[in-house]
Design a protein around this ligand. Structure first.
Ligand code: 5AD
Ligand code: SF4
Length: 484
């Protein structure tokens, strides 16, 4: 398997191959030599810390970076006082950017204490030209800067840093490439993300993602299935299919495939017991998909369906391409087909021009749908997006008041919703030993609710049937009745 490639078999004295992923394995072998040198000089392996600052796609990318680092001989650490630190950044909202600059200050101090330390920055924030300019000028101690499109070249870029001991900056505007079969270091043994597509073509007017992640590109279904089979063989029981807009999966492939059909194929993979996916765009959610979900034994009873706003006028300004009524009708169709489905959402408060009436529409949808949980965001102005230059930006105090009101509403509804399964028998996938009480383990139901049950570390990764005895706010206490 690709994770078990023996780097020592690669001749690093010949030139690098041109084809991928062989080229990257060649550079991994070169980095391995450097690591051996480090080990001899220091009497220990070098340590690497990869900090994941963004969404699930970002987390999956971090696993890819860790996979390469582990193969070349780095030991993983959570501490940023390491020999190599990578910040895998996010730029969806402005405050994420500010945090990075703040944390870099600390890293500079660590680097002064450990001069052989290397620092890299990657991820969405690096795709913004003004960010890279600022880093170039004021953060000279950063050794490597790369973006989202060339992440597969990490080994090659890192080898260049080690060889030249110079700063390397490589950002691509876009790419057509999808490189398969690079190493990966999964955070969990029993569950895994699978990228099914990259980029986004939607251009919601507030969102920077299409600019930093590029156009939609889908992986070939056979590559995705192969990965799912490989993961199942490796003990994975739950997969999360990842894309900015999974409902438009496969539309641009040479032989188009629908997302619903991809799900049908993944359902057939033996060993995979649960299938999740994110994120769905309401405008692309087909009846075919609803039917596949309803008929499936493996697709989880949970859908994350970003609403963003409940006002048709604001939705139009956001370029979301659905109305309040269409969203509500979609929810009705989903509930009719899958009565026990949990619905979660994302909502932005304070989009330019949002009036009290628009906000009331958002509250109205929140109440009518009754989301099981909702991520609420204060609108953040992202340079380069159409919304950033819209007039009528909403004053901060008004946004704050609306945000607090929305949050209260969302939490109250979520608490009511959380009670509804009390007394039922459901299956929990156990994820970890409870941090507060080591006599308990914690897992999730198909609908994503959190459940604590008595157990120990040997339960991790197992599907356990439990009676949900009691609901405490947002989680349940359960009692196992047997192992599924
Ligand atoms: N301001 C606030 N929230 C945003 N999101 C995306 N862009 C912005 C922005 N400029 C939110 C959306 C999206 C989630 C991932 O982040 O709600 O669904
Ligand atoms: Fe951004 Fe809209 Fe694409 Fe989601 S669908 S990533 S909100 S542009």
């Amino acid at each position: 398997m690709y994770n078990e490639i023996d780097l020592d078999q690669i001749d690093i004295h010949a030139g690098p191959p041109t084809e991928e992923p062989a080229r990257q394995y060649y550079f991994m072998a070169k980095c391995r030599e450097w690591v051996r040198d480090f080990e001899q000089k220091n009497g220990r392996s070098p340590k690497a810390c990869v900090v994941n600052m963004g969404c699930q796609m970002n987390a999956r990318d971090s696993e890819k970076l860790l996979g390469i680092l582990r193969l070349i001989g780095y030991q993983q650490t959570e501490s940023e006082k390491a020999d190599f630190v990578i910040y895998n950044t996010c730029t969806v909202r402005e405050n994420a950017n500010n945090k990075v600059y703040g944390r870099l200050g600390y890293l500079n101090v660590y680097k002064k204490q450990n001069p052989q330390m290397k620092i890299a920055l990657c991820g969405c924030m690096m795709q913004e030209p003004q960010v890279v300019e600022k880093l170039k000028k004021s953060y000279r101690f950063v050794d490597l800067i790369f973006g989202t499109h060339n992440i597969y070249k990490f080994a090659e870029l890192f080898a260049a840093v080690l060889e030249t001991q110079d700063r390397i900056i490589d950002i691509w505007k876009d790419t057509e490439d999808i490189v398969e079969d690079l190493p990966i270091q999964r955070k969990y043994n029993f569950k895994s993300g699978i990228n099914i597509m990259f980029g986004c073509n939607n251009f919601c007017s507030y969102c920077i993602v299409p600019y930093v992640r590029g156009r939609e590109r889908s992986r070939r279904p056979e590559d995705i299935i192969r990965e799912a089979r490989r993961l199942a063989a490796d003990g994975v029981v739950e997969v999360m299919l990842l894309g900015q807009n999974v409902n438009s999966y496969g539309k641009n492939l040479p032989e188009p495939v629908s997302f619903a059909n991809l799900l049908r194929e993944i359902e057939k993979v033996e060993g995979i017991e649960r299938i999740r996916f994110m994120t769905s765009h309401p405008k692309d959610l087909s009846q075919e998909l609803i039917d596949v979900m309803a008929a499936s034994k493996k697709i989880c009873r949970h859908l994350h369906l970003p609403l963003q706003s409940g006002s048709t006028r604001i939705l139009r300004e956001m370029n979301r391409r659905y109305t309040k009524e269409e969203y509500l009708a979609l929810v009705e169709r989903l509930r009719a087909a899958i009565p026990d489905i949990a619905l979660t959402t994302d909502i932005i408060v304070g989009f330019p021009g949002e009036t009290e009436e628009d906000f009331t529409d958002t509250l109205d949808v929140v109440r009518k749908v009754g989301f099981d949980s909702a991520f609420t965001f204060i609108y953040s102005k992202r340079t380069g997006t159409p919304a950033a230059v819209m007039e009528n930006q909403v004053p901060e105090e008004i946004i704050k008041t609306r945000f607090d009101k929305l949050l209260r509403e969302v939490q109250q509804i979520a608490t009511e919703k959380a009670q509804k399964l009390t007394g039922q028998i459901q299956t929990v996938l156990v994820e970890e030993v409870n941090e507060q009480d080591p006599a308990l383990v914690t897992g999730r139901l198909s609908n994503n609710s959190v459940v604590h049950i008595p157990g120990d570390a040997s339960f991790i990764g197992r599907l356990v049937d439990v009676t949900l005895e009691e609901c405490k706010g947002f989680y349940y206490y359960g009692k196992p009745i047997g192992t599924a």
